[in-house]
Design a protein around this ligand. Structure first.
Ligand SMILES: *[C@@H]1O[C@H](CO)[C@@H](O)[C@H](O)[C@H]1NC(C)=O
Length: 145
């Protein structure tokens, strides 16, 4: 092995080690970043741009309670991809009510290796369909287990 390729190998190992360190800390991520959880923001797009997520990352849903300017948001977990695509809440599980997004927001830890389908469930899917308030995340396993 030449000196040059040893240096290159060393560099590759350093980059690999750095990327392991980078994913080893669980993160707290505000859904929608500064926009929070609101009607009309494209969360599919946001999720694509903020991927990948890792197991034990925490998502925070921040939203105001119902008022004159908003009809109320919430956080539901939908059971599968089809219910996510169609915004079907018939088998959905409520995680957070209309008032649980205030202040520091509602926090949910992505602690399993599975797809998570989140949506705002108010008004029979109106928030989800017309308001784009749905989010799909598959957290990746961490390397340092
Ligand atoms: C939301 O973003 C996704 C991903 O970028 C895109 O495919 C979709 O068309 C967008 N939806 C709307 C209504 O703009």
């Amino acid at each position: 092995m030449t000196l040059m390729s040893r240096a290159q190998l060393g560099f590759i190992l350093l980059v690999a080690a750095a990327s392991l360190l980078e994913v080893s800390e669980a993160r707290t991520i505000v859904v929608g970043s500064s926009e929070g959880w609101r009607f009309g923001f494209n969360y599919t797009d946001w999720a694509l741009q903020n991927s990948p997520f890792y197991i034990n990352d925490e998502l925070v849903f921040k939203y105001d309670p119902p008022s004159k300017t908003n009809s109320g948001y919430s956080v539901y977990l939908l059971p599968n991809l089809w219910s996510y695509i169609t915004c079907d809440f018939s088998k959905a599980k409520i995680l957070a009510s209309e008032t649980q997004g205030k202040g520091g927001g509602f926090k949910v830890e992505l602690n399993q290796w599975r797809p998570y389908y989140f949506a705002s469930g108010n008004k029979d899917g109106y928030n989800c369909k017309d308001g784009l308030m749905k989010l799909f995340a598959v957290p990746l396993p961490r390397w340092n287990y």
